[in-house]
Design a protein around this ligand. Structure first.
Ligand SMILES: O=c1ccn([C@@H]2O[C@H](COP(=O)(O)OP(=O)(O)O[C@H]3O[C@H](CO)[C@H](O)[C@H](O)[C@H]3O)[C@@H](O)[C@H]2O)c(=O)[nH]1
Length: 374
């Protein structure tokens, strides 16, 4: 059987690039698009994807394309034979979404609509959507199951995820050709164990682990903990942190499920099922990386929930998927990426780690950046 082709939106980003490694290693062909809104672009190419090619020894077909560019998207679908789509592309900063709601609704929702149209036109109906536990709002019970009520959300970014889930449900109800899985991510952290790819947003670092690593490496003086008075074991917020490679493997499990069965529309939590407080994360990070993270506790951050962690039984049972990386590995791998690449993907930042497994040939690899119409 010839290998299946997966179209990955937001492929140059943090989760997208890790997912592409897993896809290539599992034998899929990958066609990726990204508009570089929140990922590094060098000379029109994606350094993250060059590293993906280096890790896997396999090529990625890449287009710089915004999902709002309906004509280009359509052209790609007509040119490539796509079997599955994994849709990561979205803007995701909670604070920014409150300031620029129209930009968030346009980018996330209209972009998804154009994607669905291009898919339908090309006769591709198999979709894995990158959703978030944010759709649950403030949990009514824990651990949270997929049938927990959704929609009671306090920020615009979260509402875009929720509205898209609702839209996908409607689309699949209206036309039985569609086979769609929404994966609700908890808090992705860590990096590829090789240290060659990791998180390198072009927008400000606001998530906990990247910020902590900035402090550990000396780019920031101290960490600010938002709230020490929550009704949790130590007063700080609790989240379900999941290794990004485990998250990526969840997408392969979802593709498998789509290939083997008529799903129509289904949602799954992707987390570990275990909650860690901010102080526990700091403690684990310090131990795993032998660093010190000075911190100060301030007021709660507007819009933050107290605690959330997943019930992951459904994904285990139906997707046959389990996490395999520990909290220690999440911290170690993130730190390896950070110390090997203190300035992320920028060329000047490439460091060696003395392991003999350095990304020395990174700049020798070229994603097949596709120019349409040529
Ligand atoms: O500098 C920081 C950053 C975070 N935190 C705390 O660390 C925890 C995790 O915060 P993150 O910003 O890393 O992640 P969130 O849980 O706020 O947000 C994540 O989960 C959300 C769903 O709950 C959305 O999906 C969002 O996009 C995703 O980043 C929270 O208790 C937060 O208050 C700090 O104390 N200091």
């Amino acid at each position: 059987m010839s290998p299946k082709t997966v179209f990955v939106t937001g492929g140059a980003g943090y989760i997208g690039s890790h997912c592409i490694v897993e896809l290539l290693q599992a034998g899929y062909n990958v066609v990726a698009v990204d508009n570089f809104t929140n990922s590094v672009c060098e000379d029109g190419e994606a350094p993250s994807l060059k590293r993906v090619e280096m890790i896997t020894g396999k090529p990625v077909t890449f287009y710089q394309c915004d999902l709002l560019n309906k004509a280009k998207l359509r052209e790609i679908f007509l040119k490539q034979h796509i079997d599955f789509v994994i849709h990561f592309a979205a803007i995701k900063a909670v604070g920014e979404s409150m300031q620029f709601p129209v930009m968030y609704y346009e980018n996330n929702i209209i972009g998804t609509i154009y994607l669905l149209e291009a898919m339908k036109e090309a006769g591709c109906y198999q979709l894995v959507y990158s959703s978030s536990c944010t759709v649950y709002g403030n949990p009514q019970y824990l651990p949270i199951t997929e049938d927990h009520p959704t929609g009671n959300i306090t920020n615009v970014y979260g509402r875009t995820k929720y509205f898209i889930e609702e839209m996908l449900k409607d689309v699949s109800a209206a036309d039985k050709e569609w086979n769609i899985i929404s994966l609700r991510y908890f808090n992705p952290v860590g990096a590829h164990p090789s240290g060659h790819i990791g998180e390198d947003p072009t927008k400000a670092f606001t998530n906990l682990m990247p910020y902590m690593a900035q402090v550990a490496i000396g780019h920031k003086d101290s960490l600010t903990i938002f709230g020490g008075d929550y009704a949790t074991k130590d007063g700080t917020g609790i989240r379900d942190y999941i290794h990004v490679v485990d998250l990526a493997s969840g997408h392969l499990a979802a593709l498998q499920k789509l290939s083997n069965s008529v799903v129509r529309y289904k949602t799954y939590n992707l987390g570990t099922g275990q909650g860690y407080s901010v102080l526990e994360l700091i403690d684990n990070f310090e131990k795993a990386t032998k660093t010190k993270i000075p911190y100060k506790i301030v007021e709660r951050r507007l819009g933050d929930i107290e605690q959330i962690y997943a019930d992951v039984r459904l994904a285990k049972e139906e997707l046959k998927w389990e996490t395999k990386y520990s909290m220690k590995e999440m911290c170690e791998h993130f730190w390896k990426w950070k110390t090997m690449n203190p300035d992320g993907y920028r060329k000047s930042s490439i460091q060696t780690n003395g392991s003999g497994n350095e990304p020395a040939s990174v700049n020798g690899f070229h994603c097949q950046q596709q120019i349409l119409g040529s």
